[in-house]
Design a protein around this ligand. Structure first.
Ligand code: VGL
Ligand code: ZN
Length: 207
């Protein structure tokens, strides 16, 4: 597929933050590989949204908060538990120093409430609390949303699926993403994308 970027397209760059890179608190394997394609893509879009995971200490998603091990599911809440990561204002929460997005219009910091996690740039994990992004993109005349970043099977997936629900055509640029891959999460993500008409593309398909 060859895709020509239009003024009504937006790029969402999800959670390109130090903690998700090799050596970080919640390192995503081969995370470094997303930087170069994202920097190139970002020059092609006139609308670029950047997200940051931005948690208080003692956040509900931290295994340490519950005296549990990272990557387990918290049975009561079905919350996946993670190592402490992206604590607000920490070095780990900072955007990767090589990320270069001069035209970023808007940064969304998500997961700021202690009791509610937030994977998506659109809605918190309670499924109702909106970040306001869908209304903003609609007001800007955006019709297609392209999603990149980390992690493919969590925050990229949730962002893409909520964008679709909000009525946008959605493309996930696979080679500008990397996955955590826990308990079949990549396969589940791919089946959700297929069922919801979210299109997986390569960066090279964008002209
Ligand atoms: C993410 C797990 C926890 C992500 C954020 O950015 O995909 N994953 N918090
Ligand atoms: Zn998080």
């Amino acid at each position: 597929m060859a895709i020509t970027i239009q003024p009504t397209d937006a790029l969402i760059v999800v959670d390109v933050q130090n903690d998700f890179f090799p050596g970080g608190a919640l390192a995503v394997a081969d995370g470094d590989a997303v930087i170069a394609p994202i920097n190139t893509l970002a020059t092609r879009f006139s609308h670029v949204i950047v997200t940051q995971d931005w948690h208080p200490t003692g956040h509900i998603s931290f295994a340490s908060t519950h005296d549990r091990q990272p990557f387990e599911l918290h049975l009561g809440t079905q919350q996946r538990l993670w190592p402490d990561h992206c604590v607000a204002h920490s070095e780990g929460a900072a955007l990767h120093p090589e990320l270069n997005i001069p035209r970023a219009k808007h940064t969304i910091r998500k997961g700021q409430r202690t009791e509610v996690d937030s994977y998506s740039a659109f809605l918190e994990n309670d499924g109702v609390t909106s970040t306001g992004l869908a209304a903003k993109l609609h007001a800007d005349g955006i019709q297609r949303v392209f999603v990149t970043g980390l992690a493919y099977d969590f925050c990229v997936a949730a962002t893409a699926r909520d964008a679709r629900t909000a009525g946008f055509a959605v493309f996930v640029i696979e080679d500008a993403c990397r996955a955590v891959d826990v308990d079949n999460s990549v396969a589940e993500t791919n089946s959700h994308f297929a069922a919801e008409e979210i299109t997986r593309i390569r960066a090279s398909e964008i002209l």
